[in-house]
Design a protein around this ligand. Structure first.
Ligand SMILES: Cc1cc2nc3c(=O)[nH]c(=O)nc-3n(C[C@H](O)[C@H](O)[C@H](O)COP(=O)(O)OP(=O)(O)OC[C@H]3O[C@@H](n4cnc5c(N)ncnc54)[C@H](O)[C@@H]3O)c2cc1C
Length: 364
């Protein structure tokens, strides 16, 4: 079987890897460089920001993936020499309004999440700003260095003899024959396959519109800033008022993020820079003395309730979706891509596929 994957972000790369490991002939296309869009731009927290505010569909994918991540990163490091740096730091949420709901959710889900006295938080995170009154803590939460994750996935795929990677190759539409999708059109001509997987992130809706299908996946711009501090500057992720700080192992600190509806514009703005710096300095006042060494924006593939679309389009057999992961595409990638692989190759699905099925959700 020959499979074409459209889009080389975390979702397309990992879908390609899992499918190719099953021996299929695989071609992955990207309109730009592989792994250079949202999957590069994101923060890499291996958890939804407020996991208790999501429904069961997102939780099921998140929990499966969280258990998978450490071994997955080790296998990628072994295969490629590139370390995705899964860094288990834990996460403190400060001054939440819905702390009780969060704690009740964790009890129901059997996840470790506890209230911590603010004096104890200050002891453990001495660089934390003043003025916070209460906190909850999830010790097991990790972050992944997503630019390295996508680089490792790309290297792993490049080493597989049954995989072809094509960059700078924009898909403009789909080829249909006898009621089936059997390839895509590009500026370089038609490319044919037995199955096409659409994993084009925020651009997925635009591509499906060429078939007259309205997919509710919209770009949601997110800006981030980056500092470089001493390796031991911050030991844990911290989050307050929708803004978070993520420590990488080498002392880089990411602070994010904005949520903006600005179409496909990815230009970083001065207003966001000022706002993110103010949040960073409120969380960690010592950052006032530090230099911002990076500032960028990415386009999240926004979807209703953040639930991705995973499965075949019934009206267009041969066309499979794996897109719409909104704010959680890095944490949800392992389960989403495994589920897609199971469904596409006829294996036993790892979780109930119904909540993600395009069939029910697109009204046909
Ligand atoms: C600021 C920010 C912070 C984030 N923080 C986190 C976090 O902490 N944790 C988390 O889990 N998630 C986070 N996310 C979300 C996460 O980054 C996304 O959900 C995820 O990267 C989506 O992956 P993707 O592969 O679907 O999309 P992308 O990485 O955007 O990949 C889509 C690919 O499709 C290609 N493409 C598009 N159109 C075409 C075409 N016509 N032809 C060929 N190729 C095409 C693009 O070039 C691109 O490479 C964050 C996102 C942002 C922006």
């Amino acid at each position: 079987m020959r499979i074409l994957v459209v889009g080389g972000g975390a979702i397309g790369l990992l879908s390609a890897r899992l499918l190719a490991e099953q021996g299929v002939d695989l071609c992955l296309l990207d309109q730009g460089a592989l792994g250079s869009e949202s999957s590069w731009a994101g923060g890499g927290i291996v958890s939804p920001l407020y996991p208790w505010r999501y429904g069961a569909a997102v939780t099921a994918l998140a929990h499966w993936s969280q258990d998978f991540y450490p071994g997955f990163a080790e296998r990628l490091l072994e295969a490629t020499g590139i370390d995705p740096e899964v860094h288990v730091t834990g996460l403190y949420w400060l001054d939440l309004d819905d702390e009780a709901e969060a704690l009740a959710w964790a009890r129901r889900q059997g996840r470790a999440l506890h209230a911590v006295d603010i004096a104890e938080v200050r002891r453990r995170v001495p660089v934390l700003g003043q003025g916070f009154a209460h906190a909850i803590h999830m010790p097991g939460v990790a972050n992944v260095r997503n630019p390295r994750l996508v680089k490792a996935l790309q290297a792993a795929l490049a080493a597989m003899p049954n995989v072809q990677l094509r960059e700078q190759c924009a898909v403009s539409g789909f080829i249909q024959e006898n009621g089936r999708i059997c390839g895509v059109t590009t500026a370089e001509g038609e490319i044919r396959a037995d199955r096409v997987v659409l994993a084009a992130g925020a651009w997925s809706g635009e591509l499906l519109a060429t078939l007259g299908i309205e997919l509710p996946v919209q770009p949601v711009k997110g800006q981030m800033i980056l500092y470089k501090c001493a390796e031991d500057f911050l030991s844990s992720m911290v989050l307050a008022g929708g803004r978070y700080a993520i420590p990488r192992r080498d002392g880089h600190i990411l602070v994010g993020s904005t949520l903006e509806h600005a179409g496909f514009d990815k230009t970083p703005t001065e207003a966001a820079l000022a706002s993110l710096k103010a949040s960073a300095e409120a969380l960690l006042p010592a950052l006032k003395e530090a230099e911002v060494v990076g500032h960028w924006a990415g386009l999240r593939p926004g979807s209703p309730e953040g639930i991705p679309f995973i499965g075949e389009l019934p009206a267009h057999p041969g066309l499979w979706l794996n897109c719409g992961h909104y704010r959680n595409g890095l944490v949800l990638a392992p389960a989403s891509c495994q589920l897609l692989t199971d469904l596409l190759l006829g294996g036993e699905p790892i979780i109930d596929p119904l909540p993600y099925a395009p069939a029910g959700r697109l009204g046909f």
